[in-house]
Design a protein around this ligand. Structure first.
Ligand code: ZN
Ligand code: ZN
Length: 367
């Protein structure tokens, strides 16, 4: 079984032949079709976050279930699935409260890059363990994941396309509809127009935002933002984004979705708000990122700065609905995918992401 193995920051990614053990109780084996290359993978690759090595990267993918471990009733062998990197246990207090994105069991497991029992199913020929990034390990021909991390969907959806529902689309769209519960008719700014930001723009459009101001520093991304539903664009490489958004919207917006994860853009997000507005930090910052706010402005104007993990997504409920919207032609996914590459070109896919040449590259896991 071939997989892309990360051995440490700055070291080249290599495709290795690994052994994948059979799924244990509560786990399933998936033959992957497509896996999106996300900024979170890039954070690990650059050394921004600590993870165990050797590690198979990738946490956004889709495929077909080929085997299930003892006790698994869902999904079934043959089901088409989208992977979720927050395999909720269904039993902890957050799951019971309908917040699977905060599942304590899943948080612990994905933080160890292993299965729920702390062991890995991946190993090298000498038996040494290889870790599963976010318990997912999608940059591979096949993977084993907790059953709750493989969400069954309709089988007529193209898996190489809907693979990116599992992170980018769910994160951006969910931040608007689930985390912020945006009211229709709101005014919105989206900072950062990569795959997550463009998905947030689509969420805002489908929920009838009246103004959607896209902010980025790359003209190509601003052009894409307009195709996805932005009503206005601000090139932050030329104009002060805070002043521009405030001027365009007559004093600030009701919601800002920060989709980059930098201290500076988090601060800009808060400064763009109208009275009573909400800034949502969607981008995943480097550990230790500390934006600062004038707390008096927050209290005087009842503004809020909140975080969104994984778009507060409930994968079992939301993934099939997002796929339905896509299949009905109401959610743009094909347009988010700017290229396909084989597993052997994962390194090049990261370089495209760093250079801003790609919105989303999907690795074709079978080649
Ligand atoms: Zn839970
Ligand atoms: Zn991701």
């Amino acid at each position: 079984m071939r997989a892309v193995v990360f051995t440490g920051p700055g070291e080249p990614l290599r495709v290795e032949e690994l052994t994948l053990a059979a799924p244990k109780a509560g786990e399933v084996r998936v033959r992957l079709v497509g896996a999106g290359v996300c900024h979170s993978d890039l954070h690990v690759y650059k050394g921004d976050w600590n993870h165990k090595t050797p590690l198979v990267l990738g946490h956004e993918g889709a495929g077909v279930v080929t085997a299930v471990g003892p006790g698994v009733t869902r999904p079934r062998v043959g089901d088409h699935v989208i992977l979720s990197w927050m395999p909720a246990c269904g039993e902890c207090r957050f799951c019971a409260a309908g917040k699977p994105q905060l599942c304590q069991t899943a948080m612990n497991a994905v933080g160890t890059d292993a299965m729920f029992d702390g062991t890995t199913r991946l190993s090298r020929a000498d038996g040494a363990p290889v870790y599963h990034y976010l318990s997912t390990a999608a940059f591979a021909e096949e993977t084993v994941v907790p059953a709750a991390g493989a969400i069954a969907i309709r089988d007529d959806a193209p898996l190489e396309k809907v693979s990116i529902v599992g992170c980018a689309v769910a994160t951006g769209f969910g931040a608007v509809v689930n985390t912020a519960e945006m009211e229709w008719g709101s005014t919105v700014a989206v900072i950062g127009c990569g795959a997550v930001g463009l998905s947030a723009i689509q969420g805002a459009k489908l929920c009838a935002a009246t103004r959607i101001v896209a902010v980025d520093v790359l003209p190509a991304k601003l052009e894409a933002a307009q195709a996805f539903g932005a009503t206005d664009v601000v090139d932050a490489s030329r104009d002060d984004p805070v002043a521009a958004v405030r001027e365009l919207t007559g004093g600030g917006v009701d919601y800002v979705f920060e989709c980059i994860g930098l201290a500076e853009t988090c601060e800009q997000a808060a400064a763009m708000l109208a009275f009573g507005g909400t800034a949502v930090v969607v981008g995943q910052p480097k550990a230790g990122t500390r934006p600062s706010y004038d707390a008096l402005l927050l209290s005087c104007y009842e503004q809020r700065v909140i975080g969104s993990n994984y778009g507060s997504v409930r994968p079992t409920v939301d993934f099939p609905k997002l796929v339905d919207l896509y299949m009905d032609g109401r959610l743009m996914i094909d347009e988010l995918i700017t290229g396909h590459r084989p597993l052997s070109e994962a390194q090049e896919a990261f370089e495209d992401l760093i250079a801003g040449r790609a919105v989303r590259t999907v690795l074709d896991c079978g080649r």
